[in-house]
Design a protein around this ligand. Structure first.
Ligand SMILES: Cc1cc2nc3c(=O)[nH]c(=O)nc-3n(C[C@H](O)[C@H](O)[C@H](O)COP(=O)(O)O)c2cc1C
Length: 183
């Protein structure tokens, strides 16, 4: 669609990633945006197994990326206007804050973090948040303007393996923040 904005959706291997298409990608497309999806290697394995990577490529009209392109080949995704990183594992948040670009998802995010608007939803539990480096990772990301969908109001932290009904991810709030950054 000419003139439409490009949302780079990046997802990692956290619970709820199986809802990525219906929860975030299709609503963004319905709002008139182009969507380019990149997955961490484990998220790609999970979504491949569910047949979701094929569906994501079909609905977006772009390849779903999880590997580096070959030397000399052209970039398969257009230039991104805003990134929506959801769900973000504790692992992805930590590596992004430290600048570790050891897969395609982190490569684009580490390049974009201080220059392209970014919304990140850390899909973490109370144990992840007790890690001694966690607060500094969040502070690092906030210091360059990353919008964190984080806190008691959007994602109260539960203890790992605590029983209880599974909660939907805050897809509507993530999209609202993306729209806000797009202006
Ligand atoms: C079924 C399952 C669910 C998981 N859910 C989460 C989660 O919600 N949040 C999280 O931070 N890690 C979660 N993990 C752990 C991550 O998948 C693991 O740390 C992985 O190495 C992260 O890799 P990635 O960040 O490259 O996707 C889960 C693992 C499994 C097997």
């Amino acid at each position: 669609m000419p003139g439409s904005k490009v949302v780079g959706v990046v997802a990692s291997s956290a619970g709820g990633v199986e809802e990525l298409r219906t929860g975030l990608v299709e609503p963004l497309l319905e709002a008139g945006h182009r969507v380019a999806v990149t997955l961490t290697p484990t998220a790609a394995r999970w979504l491949d197994h569910l047949g979701e990577t094929t569906k994501l490529a079909e609905v977006t009209g772009l390849p779903v990326r999880s590997e580096a392109r070959l030397l000399g080949s052209s970039r398969p995704h257009p230039q991104v206007d805003v990134y929506a990183v959801a769900p973000a594992t504790a692992n992805l948040v930590a590596k992004l804050a430290l600048g570790i670009a050891d897969n395609q998802a982190l490569t684009v995010l580490c390049e974009g973090v201080a220059g392209t608007p970014m919304v990140v939803f850390p899909r973490v539990n109370a144990a992840h948040a007790r890690h001694p480096a966690w607060a500094s990772h969040l502070a690092t990301l906030r210091s360059v303007g990353v919008e964190l969908v984080y806190g008691e109001d959007v994602w109260p932290l539960s203890e790992p393996r605590s029983s209880g009904p599974s909660r939907p991810l805050p897809w509507t709030e993530i999209q609202r923040r993306v729209e806000h950054l797009l202006g």
